[in-house]
Design a binder for this molecule. Structure first.
Ligand SMILES: *Cc1c(COP(=O)(O)O)cnc(C)c1O
Length: 411
């Protein structure tokens, strides 16, 4: 056994999460390093979907809104996501998409700071967050979206005109992890509110929203939470803001008495005010099974393994970077999420050549290979094997085959 293989074997032996892999359906011959984009299905999701579709929909029909708890899934699942992000019960709902929830959270924050007109965000943010912020600014005359340059410290830009700061907890590109406590404190000192986007941290980084005093947070459930393609997102509002919560998508699910069928809108009390309309129950049920897989797992164990997996990967990739003109752009210390990003001129065909060998990562424009490390189902052995494949693709020039340069719709 090589030194690397025996190191991987001893790390796997000491891994307290190794039994969790069995909870997931992963095809043979695949090393899945893209759980930061779409988590794999928990095996229990299939039975859950069968139950929800065949029994509850097929036999229960309309009665299932009450009898199977469909109507309250936004809240019951919201509370379970809340436990993973440091929220009390009643502060989180699972609903709509992250994009839509960014829209609601920014409007709610602006309404709480009516004398202020600036939304502060990062230029390097996941694009939909910025597109939505632009739309929010355009719909509120006088509101301005200000963007911090790549890598700039948002905290230095917040001032008495800033209503709200929109921050990605982990950068989707570089994997850098922002200091939530520090940035939130500095925003609050300037009288501004914060909206944290937890898409790349929920389920894989310990988060303490209540303790830190975060105002709003949003995030997806189909990445490290493994809720399935298009699974509804979540939105958190700190309890201290509930009485003043206003958001423009005032649909009937956010009404104080949805079945009174009143002609005027009266907001529901509490977090339900951030709902809008009817939710995809089948998708919510797949998410329920995914949250079951996280039940009883200590997020500190997840974080420790995540850091160890990414550290191991970077150590093995370093010599390849030197040899093949690539560069790791993910922070080395603990200031990273659970992915490693490598910049390389031929990032796109190299990723395609890896995928052809069953090593699934992804590409982000203009030149980034992204590898996500989900601690619930990945082993150190797989990390070592993935790096062997990467070495082989680079050394053999296999990526030069023209079939690896054809761009697909989704990269
Ligand atoms: C994945 C991701 C999104 C996705 O938004 P959708 O509305 O689900 O398409 C938004 N923001 C960030 C930071 C993301 O990583």
């Amino acid at each position: 056994m090589s030194a690397v293989a025996s190191k991987a074997a001893s790390l796997d032996l000491a891994d307290p999460l190794s039994s969790k892999r069995d909870l997931f359906e992963l095809p043979a011959g695949i090393i899945y390093l893209d759980g930061n984009s779409l988590g794999p299905p928990p095996k229990a999701a299939f039975a859950e979907l069968e139950q929800a579709a065949r029994r509850e929909w097929g036999e229960g029909l309309i009665r299932s809104w009450n009898e199977a708890g469909w109507w309250s899934l936004t809240d019951t699942l919201g509370d379970r996501v809340g436990r993973l992000i440091g929220a009390q019960a009643g502060e989180t709902v699972v609903t709509d998409t992250t994009s839509i929830n960014v829209f609601k959270a920014l409007h709610a924050a602006l309404a709480l700071r009516p004398e202020r007109r600036v939304i502060l965000a990062e230029r390097d943010s996941f694009p939909t967050d910025l597109y939505i912020a632009e739309g929010v600014a355009a719909s509120r005359p006088g509101t301005e979206l200000r963007l911090a340059a790549d890598g700039a410290d948002l905290g230095t830009m917040v001032d008495e005109r800033t209503a709200v700061m929109l921050i990605n907890h982990v950068s989707y590109r570089t994997g850098a992890l922002r200091d939530m406590a520090d940035l939130t404190r500095r925003a609050h000192q300037a009288g501004a509110l914060v909206v944290w986007d937890l898409c790349h941290s929920a389920g894989v980084v310990p988060i303490e929203l209540d303790t830190i005093g975060v105002d709003f947070a949003i995030g997806c459930t189909y990445k490290y939470l493994n809720g399935g393609p298009g699974a509804p997102a979540f939105i958190y509002a700190n309890r201290r803001h509930h009485d003043g919560l206003v958001q423009p998508l005032s649909g009937w699910w956010a009404h104080a008495a949805p079945f009174a069928m009143e002609s005027g809108y009266r907001p529901a009390a509490g977090i339900r005010r951030l709902l809008c309309g009817t939710q995809p129950i089948l998708s919510l049920r797949a998410l329920k099974a995914a949250l079951d897989a996280l039940e009883g797992v200590d997020i500190a164990d997840i974080r420790a393994k995540s850091l160890a997996l990414t550290r191991f990967f970077m150590e093995l990739v370093d010599p390849l970077c030197r040899e093949f003109g690539a560069r790791i752009i993910t922070p080395r210390g603990d200031g990273r999420g659970s992915q490693v990003a490598i910049a390389h001129e031929q990032a796109y065909p190299v990723i395609q050549a890896l995928i052809a060998r069953g090593i699934i990562g992804d590409f982000r424009a203009p030149d980034i290979m992204r590898f996500g490390f989900a601690p619930l189902y990945l082993s150190f052995r797989e990390v070592a094997d993935a790096v062997d494949a990467l070495r082989d693709v680079l050394a053999s020039g296999a990526w030069r085959d023209s079939k690896f340069s054809a761009k697909a719709l989704v990269t």
